[in-house]
Structure formats: C-alpha cells, structure tokens
Design a protein around this ligand. Sequence first.
Ligand code: PEP
Length: 256
Amino acid sequence: MDRKSLIIGNWKMNLTHLEAIAVTQRLWYRLNPADFDRADVVIAPPFTCLRTLQTLILADRMPFALGAQHVHWEQDGAFTGEVSAGMLVKLDVGYVIVGHSERRAMFGEADELVRKRVRSVLSAGMTPVVCVGETVSQRESGETEMVVTTQLRGALRRLTAQQRADVVVAYEPVWAIGTGRHASADDAGEVCELLRNTVAAMGGPDAGEAVRILYGGSVNPGNIAGFMAKTHIDGALVGGASLDPDTFAAVIRYWM
Ligand code: PEP
C-alpha cells in the first residue's frame, strides 16, 4: 500500500502568534506544490497560534494542515486550562499529538489518559498522533520492545479496526528528543516495523498496512533521508528543527 508521507512540526511552547505568521509565511515561500504532493505537512503550534494560522492558511490557500499539541477528553465543563476536541475542530485542526514524552514525564500522562484523548480526537474526526518511546535506561536494559508495545496497546485499546488504521503512531525514543542524539535509521526502522505489527495484531492486516508511522527525535536535514528510506517509516515528527523555516523546509524537501 502507498502511504503518503507525513511531516509534522511540533513547535512545543515556542513562538507567539505574530512570530507564527512570519515563520509560516517563510516556510510557505520555500516549498512548492511537488512537496505537498509527496508529503502532508502539519504545523503544530501552541494553542494561542491556532486561530491566527487557521486564518492565514485559509486566506492564502496554503496546503498546510494544523496540529494541536494536547487535548482534553471531555467535551466541555469545569476543566480549567484545558481545551476540547470540539474546540480544536472549529479551528480546522486535523491532527492532535497525544502521549508526547514531555507530557508523560512532566504532566503525568499515563497510558489510560492517552487512550481517552485518542478516543476523543477520533470521535471529533481528527487524527491522533500517538507518541511512544523508551527512556535511555529502558533501552539499556533491553526493554524497548516491551515499553513501546505496551504504550501503543494501551493507546489503541477498545478502538475499531478502522480507528486503529486511522491513527498516526510516532516512535520517539525519549533520549533522542531535543538532545541532538538520534536513533540509527536501522534501529528506528526495526521499532517502527514492530509498531506496525502491533497495529496489525490489534486491528488486522489492513490496519497494519494503512497506519502511518513516524520517527521523531532530533530529526534534521542531514538525517531525515536515512529514516525516510526505511519501509516502515512514513514520516517524521520534528521538534527543534521545525522552528526555523529554512531548516524545516530542508527537512520536508529531503528528497530534492
Ligand atoms: C518532538 O518534540 O517530538 C521532537 C522529536 O523534538 P526534537 O526534534 O527537537 O528532538
């Protein structure tokens, strides 16, 4: 099956809505239609930029998709500081990152909470980007397979086969995020194959074939091609390198 490539820029807690306009415009000028034919390109800015970028993207007909970095699982109510899937949909958000290691480590996001967020994102018609990955100590003690499959199984519990096919999975070794150290393409490819097999075991072979699996962790213009050459890697979740439009454009255009 042909799976369209997917490159997601996770801006984390960076850039004001004014800076977001400039970065998005500069990125847009550096890309051409062929880039969007090859890959879906998603910008996941802070919540405060979403409305601004929605307006910009619509007005200038930019083929970017919008992503959110977080969501609450309830539709509304007394959840101070939280944002619901329904609110994100109204801003034309198409993708929502869930289970990012920074949220798991700093905000207590356990597998059950990831699962609830996945369900609410899917119910609202958006695509969850489910992040899984091992810490350095888990890797050194040979637990990578167990950790990533447990996280993925937890996130995909009680979903239909179609829903399992519709998620995006991001393999993000924790030790590679924001550190400048990245997994080797071979290692990442093997873990992504394992994740695909896990989706297939849960949702059937069609779901396994269809699901898009990304690598994330210090992706840059110099290493992206190695990851993209792997059969089971369909794209990248890019943090630091997505903040600079020149660098992010070079990641997206790795194939040139
Ligand atoms: C991320 O934020 O998901 C990430 C992979 O960050 P970086 O590319 O900076 O390692």
